[in-house]
Write a protein that binds this ligand. Structure first.
Ligand code: AMP
Length: 527
């Protein structure tokens, strides 16, 4: 993608006039972030260029020795100079790890890393649109769990946004379509970015977009192809020659560039500095495809699993496969998709920008639907989104003396999921209370190992009176559209009941959040 210097662009129009309603869509990607706004002249989501003139801002943060920060392209370059002060791929840690980077004895969380990049985008957007940007929809992989979604929302707030919704990336891709006419029926979105692979089947009927099933891998993306390519080059091309830290960084950058060139041509070359001198490395597409085969096969397994699930659920053939994410430019992915779905139309449009642009269009619909009376500029119809749960929910109980998670609500069910109950039995004579521990997972079996699930929350059901061992009680779960889980436990003989509302707990307590937010604000101030 070509860059232009923003400072020389010489705007004649005030972009804010074209930006209505005032809300942005953000693609917070593993390798690149983008911000877009709904433009009421073009009737599309339009990306905002950063200060270097690019629509994509690399998701990289560098905390320099002078305590100032660089974000994006400059930070990516500085990875060579300050490898211990530079952080990329923090999205792989969000929601699961407390510390992402430690510099000068100060810990920074993955939320802070995300917030710094999103804060940079906010500044770019405010400069271009010439007004404060507050409301935002942020996208996440559909396959993200509740903690990862919550942490992304925390990062958005830390960057100063009012986060109006968290949207699945493949759904945003569908929102980027100018018209839904050509997508009527079932469509599979395959979004392979820098760090994640996200597959969603959507059913489009008139103006309604209905998620049908979600699959993917939050640890499978272009950076895995890069890693295997670098290993191959070191082993087979540099024949074990030693590289210093700078050489390693240079190789990583050159290998990624070579990968991109090999999407267009059969052979390319670059040079790299080793301790034995500068080496010329020539690589072919065949070599690249051979050394990265394991990742393609992993992706193909997911595609096949989606195909099998579609068949098992009676979903008829696909109307189209929609590709998104920079990694789908690799010819091997297109070939694999065409092999799995022969004769099906493959749409590959706006591969880098579809998520952000679609998120902007979704954001516009969100505002219009909430304040239709106030807004007259956008008269076109809004689209309706029906989501599915990306997770299975259950409660822990003893099954044949082994503590297991007994699943009650299953993933890929349409939200909201009405209350569903299961019967359990007391374990002891005169048991006075039952702990209801609720877990989530990606599993479809009725029983799951506790270790394979993540605890969402818990509550306690008090029992009145003296009951024999094995007295029945029911536990029911319901899931609302915003992810709120309603839990109800009822002891049948004594008629005692407990209800609880479980939302994914904030990962940072209020105090921690404020401290981290202040650090982010301080760092962004000097940008
Ligand atoms: P995204 O998260 O959609 O920005 O995707 C970024 C990933 O796409 C990175 O791993 C890039 O190396 C990869 N990518 C971008 N362009 C190409 C290309 N032409 N060929 C192969 N991979 C690419």
């Amino acid at each position: 993608m070509g860059g232009t210097n923003k400072k020389n662009k010489g705007y004649t129009d005030n972009r804010a006039d074209r930006f209505f309603p005032r809300i942005v869509g953000i693609d917070a990607g593993t390798t690149n972030c983008l911000i877009a706004y709904p433009d009421n002249i073009t009737k599309r989501g339009e990306c905002i260029r950063n200060e270097d003139g690019f629509e994509t801002t690399p998701s990289v943060v560098c905390i320099r020795p002078d305590a100032e920060i660089d974000i994006g392209r400059t930070a990516k370059g500085e990875a060579l100079l300050y490898p211990d002060r530079t952080k990329a791929l923090y999205k792989r840690e969000i929601g699961h790890q407390k510390v992402s980077l430690t510099v000068d004895h100060i810990d920074y969380s993955p939320q802070q890393m995300t917030a710094l990049v999103l804060g940079r985008l906010k500044k770019d957007a405010e400069e271009e649109l010439r007004e404060e940007v507050l409301d935002a929809v942020i996208t996440v992989p559909a396959y993200f769990d509740s903690n990862q979604r919550k942490a992304t929302e925390e990062a958005g707030r830390m960057a100063g946004y009012n986060v109006r919704d968290i949207l699945d990336e493949p759904v945003a891709v569908v929102y980027n379509a100018d018209s839904l006419d050509a997508l009527q029926g079932y469509n599979l979105v395959v979004d392979v970015g820098g760090g994640t692979s996200d597959l969603v089947v959507v059913h489009v009927t008139e103006n309604t977009i209905e998620e049908k099933l979600i699959d993917g891998d939050t640890r499978l993306g272009g950076s895995d192809w890069d890693r295997s390519f670098v290993e191959f080059i070191k082993r087979d091309k540099l024949c074990g020659k030693i590289l210093d830290k700078e050489g390693e960084g240079e190789l990583a950058i050159n290998a990624e560039e070579a990968k991109k060139k090999l999407s267009e041509k059969e052979e390319t070359w670059f040079t790299v500095n080793t301790l034995s001198g500068r080496e010329k490395v020539t690589v072919t597409r065949d070599e690249f495809e051979a050394c990265t085969l394991e990742w393609l096969l992993k992706l193909r397994d997911i595609v096949n699993r989606v195909d099998e699930t579609m068949k098992a659920r009676g979903i008829p053939g696909l109307n189209s496969v929609i590709l998104a994410g920079g990694s789908t430019r690799m010819p091997q992915i297109m070939r694999m998709i065409e092999g799995c779905f022969p004769g099906i139309r493959v749409i590959a449009r706006d591969l880098d920008t579809a998520v952000a642009k679609g998120a902007a269009m979704y954001a516009k619909d969100l505002v219009l639907n909430n304040s239709r009376k106030l807004i007259r500029d956008f008269e076109e119809e809004t689209r309706k989104l029906i989501r599915v749960s990306s997770r299975t929910y259950g409660v822990a109980a003893y099954v044949d003396e082994e503590r297991k998670v007994c699943n009650i609500l299953y993933r890929n069910e349409t939200l909201p999921i009405p209350e569903k109950e299961d019967i359990f039995y007391t374990r002891y004579v005169n048991q006075k209370e039952v702990a209801i521990d609720v877990y989530e997972s990606r599993l479809d079996d009725p029983f799951a190992e506790v270790a394979d699930c993540v605890q969402v929350g818990n509550c306690r059901l008090k029992i009145c009176g003296d009951l024999p061992k094995g007295s029945p009680l029911t536990i029911s779960l319901a899931l609302e559209e915003d992810g709120t889980l309603l839990v109800r436990g009822r002891e049948l003989t004594g008629q005692t009941e407990v209800t609880a509302v479980m939302q994914t707990k904030a990962l940072l307590d209020e105090n921690e959040f404020e401290i981290q937010k202040n650090v982010v604000e301080g760092l962004l101030l000097v940008l």
